[in-house]
Design a protein around this ligand. Structure first.
Ligand code: CA
Length: 222
């Protein structure tokens, strides 16, 4: 997925761009509102991450101009402005979600995933597998597959960007609790379980040594 990250704080910009890249997304960055507005008018994106306090043009104006052009892509506002009034104003002007700085990166990743899911249509079909974004369920040839919560989290992350590698530590974050990521062993255990359940579906989880995992079509042996 192609994400436009509009943020003038360079440390935060770099950190969030890295998080997006680790999740398999292509992050394009803009550090001021006018540059962001020009990019949005000219290029397709799947999601906008928008800071409000920006040089050149305020984030709210960038958002208003986007919606005036009838561009419907999801917008996630990141702002230090934490009054209810600011949140309401952002959502009223057409944002889909609003996060107050500072925030946990794992929450940022989760909200990005949720917003991208909305833009993707109801289902995704790969091989003989069909994934239902809203219900977070999976079927093989029309029959529902029973997966645990952790298996669902892993599979959903891999399905967001089929073919692209997802870092092992990104997957570990999905399996951990609120305070800590899971260990590498736990990722390996759940990938192993998921692989067994995905046998004969036409897709498999490939290992990219030292980096992570990705969904790939099974090389035909039939
Ligand atoms: Ca700012």
């Amino acid at each position: 997925m192609r994400v436009l990250l509009i943020e003038d704080d360079l440390t935060l910009q770099r950190g969030l761009a890295q998080v997006l890249a680790d999740s398999g997304h292509q992050a394009v960055v803009a550090g001021d509102g006018i540059h962001a507005d020009t990019l949005l008018a000219a290029e397709p994106f799947d999601l906008v991450v928008l800071d409000l306090g920006l040089p050149g043009m305020d984030g709210i104006e960038v958002l208003e101009r986007l919606r005036q052009r009838r561009q419907t892509l999801p917008v996630l506002i990141l702002s230090a402005r934490d009054r209810t009034l600011d949140r309401v104003r952002g959502l009223d002007r057409g944002a889909d979600d609003y996060m107050t700085k500072p925030f946990e990166l794992s929450e940022f990743e989760a909200r990005v995933r949720a917003l991208l899911r909305r833009g993707q249509g109801a289902t995704l079909k790969i091989g003989r597998l069909e994934w239902f974004w809203d219900r977070r369920e999976v079927a093989v040839d029309g029959a529902m597959l029973t997966l645990s919560r952790h298996e669902i989290n892993l599979l959903e992350a891999l399905l967001q960007t089929p073919g692209r590698v997802i870092a092992k530590n990104t997957l570990a974050n999905l399996l951990g609790d609120d305070s800590a990521a899971a260990g590498d062993n736990m990722v390996e255990v759940y990938v192993h379980r998921l692989r067994r359940k995905l046998a004969d579906t036409g897709i498999e989880i490939g290992t990219v040594r030292g980096i992570g995992y990705r969904l790939i079509p099974v090389q035909g042996d039939d």
